[in-house]
Design a protein around this ligand. Structure first.
Ligand code: KG4
Ligand code: ZN
Length: 352
């Protein structure tokens, strides 16, 4: 790959509540990584309000793209492609990024590349660890997804396990709301848990009966809600930090347990972590320790590359570009896009 011309990609991400744009060279070198967060506005409602997210993306997207280009000190003439998250995510939110990317691709004549959001999360590891190459295993834990994936090559994924109900991040957000920590739930539970006792309350570590590697988090979440109800009925005050720490420990035990069992069965030598929940301090620490005990190399991007950003989309797009993948102007937002699913007529060997 090294003797080929540099490929510079402008990537756009708007699948949920961050409006983001980034310029990335050869999938690994980030020239700019602009993120406009909507936390302030959604905090007022205790969670992401899709209509408000779409409106805010519309207001911010041009500004964020302009800043990313300025920070990277690149003109459109110096780019090789425009990439954008086309799914999964909130349909209205996705559409803003997809429309902006299509307009830019049409106006500049540059190729357009639609990127799977989870493929982006996994690719954050390529930015953080320039020496990392497939094959490796990846535990993807975000607000909408919990997947244990074997990355057999760039753009080639085999899903070994996935959640049957709530995603890990969703459970964090719901429990945070129930114990009064509010939005965004994951980081607040992470902070509160540092002051609590993870063994104070035992919450069940859910298992799926017919699958070793699928996940279930709804039981843990319900157990926390039941506990809160019981305490309310008894008129006892809850110790928020202990509930946060005990809940977090249950989720971390399940994630680490599944990953290590799969590592043993499949013989993984390398395990990467990805997605917003990958910024959880307890998960990072405990998975690193478990990998260390088993002689597995552990990779985990810095928190800013774990939560939603466009640099990770630019990295994934580079490897799609190298595979000859191009999207047509029929590229659409696909809210429930599956990993590995192709979305547009011109996906492979399409127009340059
Ligand atoms: O990947 P992401 O930014 O967006 C999605 O693709 O969903 O993940 C967001 C999720 C939210 O559920 C948020 O609560 C969770 O990641 N999260 C965390 C932490 N930081 C973000 N969960 C636990 N601990 C954290 N420190
Ligand atoms: Zn995400």
């Amino acid at each position: 790959m090294s003797e080929q011309k540099d490929i510079t990609i402008l990537a756009i991400e708007s699948s949920c509540d961050e409006t983001a744009a980034s310029v990335v060279v050869n999938g690994r070198t980030v020239l700019s990584n602009e993120i406009s967060s909507q936390i302030d506005i959604h905090t007022l409602y205790g969670g992401v309000v899709p209509e408000i997210a779409s409106r805010r993306h519309t207001e911010r997207i041009n500004q964020v793209i302009r800043r990313a280009m300025e920070e990277a000190d690149r003109s459109f003439a110096q780019l090789d492609a425009i990439a954008v998250t086309c799914g999964p995510g909130l349909v209205g939110a996705l559409l803003i990024g997809v429309s902006a990317a299509k307009a830019l691709a049409f106006g500049t004549g540059l190729p357009l590349i639609g990127v799977h959001h989870i493929e982006g999360h996994i690719s954050a590891n390529f930015i953080a660890f320039p020496e990392l190459e497939p094959p490796f295993a990846c535990l993807v834990v975000s607000g909408g997804h919990t997947h244990l994936v074997r990355v057999s090559d760039y753009g080639e994924y085999e899903i070994l396990g996935r959640t049957r109900d709530d995603a890990a991040g969703e459970a964090f957000d719901k429990v945070a709301r129930a114990i009064g920590l509010g939005y965004p739930g994951g980081p607040k539970i992470d902070q509160a848990a540092k002051l609590g006792n993870p063994e104070a309350i035992h919450f069940p570590r859910g298992r799926v009966a017919d699958s070793a590697y699928d996940f279930t988090f709804s039981g843990i979440k319900s157990a926390v809600l039941n506990y809160l109800n019981q305490m309310d009925v008894k008129g006892e005050a809850i110790r928020v930090n202990d509930v946060a720490a005990s809940f977090q420990q249950a989720v971390v035990d399940v994630l680490v347990g599944h990953a290590m069992e799969a590592a043993e069965q499949y013989g993984f030598r390398r395990l990467a972590l990805a997605g917003g929940v990958a910024s959880n301090s307890a998960l990072r620490r405990q998975l690193r320790a478990a990998c260390g005990e088993c002689g597995i190399d552990f990779f985990c991007p810095p928190p800013v590359l774990c939560t939603d950003n466009a640099a990770m989309i630019g990295s994934a797009a580079y490897y799609e570009y190298r595979r000859g993948v191009r999207s047509g102007y029929d590229l659409n937002a696909v809210p429930n896009l599956q990993l590995g699913e192709r979305v547009s007529a011109l996906r492979r060997g399409g127009v340059e």
